[in-house]
Design a protein around this ligand. Structure first.
Ligand code: 5GP
Ligand code: ZN
Length: 138
């Protein structure tokens, strides 16, 4: 269901123009208006899902399948050295547009893009317990 106030609903249905690199019944793929690097693209489902906790598995599967094709096309054109796939969920995780989207961020030597995070040593026993807890819910 489209949300009348949602930017990505309007972009994905064509109401707001975008640099579109692919479109079908389910998805629109656009270039980001403020790219982290040259060719930074967003895959947007046309249906309004807020985030990973909201999107259905079938749409998410189709979306990632499309991502493999888009990534290869981008690599062929952009000659990037690598690519980050990023998908933010929630304000705390950096989500600013609350309509699910997948970032494809081409990486180039010396591009200055920084997607790192500090790492901590895990307690092996606590990790096993946590894995058990989560596993029960899948
Ligand atoms: P988020 O921070 O939610 O993961 O990502 C939102 C992305 O949407 C940002 O990278 C931002 O630059 C991009 N964006 C926001 N508004 C527009 C717009 O009007 N057009 C396009 N093409 N990208 C947008
Ligand atoms: Zn939306």
């Amino acid at each position: 269901m489209a949300d009348k106030d949602c930017l990505f609903c309007k972009i994905s249905n064509g109401e707001i123009p975008s640099a579109t690199i692919y479109e079908d019944n389910d998805f629109r793929v656009i270039l980001d208006i403020a790219p982290a690097s040259k060719g930074h693209a967003l895959i947007i489902p046309k249906e309004h899902f807020q985030d990973i906790f909201d999107i259905d598995a079938l749409t998410a599967g189709k979306l990632f399948s499309l991502a493999t094709e888009v990534a290869r096309a981008m690599k062929a054109v952009l000659h990037c050295d690598g690519m980050n796939i990023v998908q933010n969920n929630g304000l705390i995780a950096g989500q600013t547009v609350f309509h699910f989207h997948l970032h494809l961020i081409p990486r180039y030597e010396g591009d200055g893009v920084n997607l790192g995070w500090p790492q901590h040593e895990a307690d092996a026993e606590a990790n096993q317990e946590l894995a058990r807890e989560i596993r029960k819910r899948i």
